[in-house]
Design a protein around this ligand. Structure first.
Ligand code: CUA
Length: 362
């Protein structure tokens, strides 16, 4: 009837297909290349490899949900392809009569109402059972307790019982699946500013950190090693660089870490570190940062006690080493644009000495 229109739409369709194929091709080309830039700092944690009790429970129920939905997908797609193929227009001789009308068929209406309701009820039961089991877990006597406070854009980590405060790297003991070695870690989640979300895919599901509210979650890792997590709720400019590490150790190594964190810092008596210590206390550093056993008692920024025991700087923006530490003291905005620590406009000599002092915090 409209031959011109048909030809046009056919050509447009073909162009659109080509453009989409090109886009998909570019995507495949570019995406794997992207994580190579700093890939070391932010490896992608695989939530299909859970290594902690709550993560395993979530994994099990998600596999069940995935299986149910996969069956639905296969059935629907097969029927659709079959119908499209079977009832295609076979040529100009095909009659264009209306097919039989079945609108209002009680059988069909019942089938596609009742079956989905049953499926949804099963999915609800599966999900609520897992949620209940995770939320109602009683913590045993020997559990580790941590208070985790989200800040723009870093994590404050407190061990109230042990009297330890640190940042961005949680140390916990490994747990056994059963018996006396079972040792979960309870996390009380709070926020100092906006909503953040705790997510370490291999250890537990997401839980939000909400201002003026205490949320609770727990982890129970069955393997030692470093587990990568991140803030999972957009919280401002540097949300993407609000990374978290959970370092799971054998119980003895964990106890050693606890003892080390409680030891007082060694005080340098002379040299650049001593000069740096003076510069640190003469500048505004102490208003925001705390170093145990000194007059530096700021709580606005990360606690710097035993700073050099950490793997990263700036909540995972770079590996922590003398070069990145110096670059951070020089101008944090270069490493982490928009972070709340301003460029302190220090002289070169101060940058060197303050870096030397911070290097002694270990
Ligand atoms: Cu904190 Cu996103």
């Amino acid at each position: 009837m409209f031959p011109g229109f048909q030809r046009f739409s056919f050509r447009a369709c073909r162009r659109l297909t080509r453009a989409s194929l090109l886009l998909i091709f570019l995507f495949i080309l570019v995406v794997p290349a992207y994580p190579q830039d700093g890939g070391q700092m932010r490896p992608v944690a695989d939530m299909f490899q859970p290594l902690s009790r709550p993560a395993e429970m979530i994994h099990a129920s998600s596999i069940l949900v995935l299986a149910i939905t996969a069956v639905i997908f296969v059935v629907v797609t097969t029927l659709l392809v079959y119908v499209v193929w079977k009832f295609r227009r076979k040529g100009p001789e095909d009659d264009l009569k209306e097919p039989p009308q079945i609108y209002g068929s009680t059988h069909i209406e019942l089938a596609w109402t009742v079956i989905p309701i049953i499926i949804v009820v099963v999915l609800i039961l599966v999900a609520s059972r897992t949620i209940g089991e995770i939320q109602n877990r009683k913590m045993p006597e020997n559990a580790v307790h941590i208070r985790l406070v989200g800040h723009q854009w870093w994590w404050e980590i407190q061990y109230p019982k042990e009297g330890i405060v640190t940042a961005n790297e949680i140390h916990v003991p490994v747990s056994r699946r059963e018996g006396a070695g079972e040792r979960p870690t309870e996390l009380i989640l709070e926020s100092a500013d906006v909503i953040h979300s705790f997510w370490v895919p291999q250890l537990a599901g997401k839980t939000d950190l909400i201002p003026n509210k205490k949320n609770r979650t727990w982890i129970e890792p069955f393997a030692t090693g470093t587990f990568f997590g991140n803030c999972a709720e957009y919280c401002g400019t540097q949300h993407a660089n609000m990374l978290l590490r959970v370092i799971v150790e054998e119980p003895e190594a964990y106890e050693r870490w606890v003892q080390k964190m409680k030891q007082p810092e060694a005080v340098a008596e002379s040299g650049p570190a001593a000069a740096g210590r003076q510069a640190f206390f003469a500048n505004a550093c102490v208003n925001c940062h705390k170093v145990d056993g000194t007059a530096a008692a700021g709580v606005f920024g990360p606690d710097l006690t035993k700073l050099m025991t950490r793997q990263t700087i700036g909540a995972g923006v770079a590996a922590l080493n003398p070069e990145t530490l110096r670059a951070w003291v020089r101008d944090p905005q270069k490493l982490k644009t928009g972070c709340l620590m301003p460029d302190m406009k220090l002289m070169d000599s101060e940058v060197d000495s303050i870096t030397a002092y911070l290097l002694t915090l270990k």
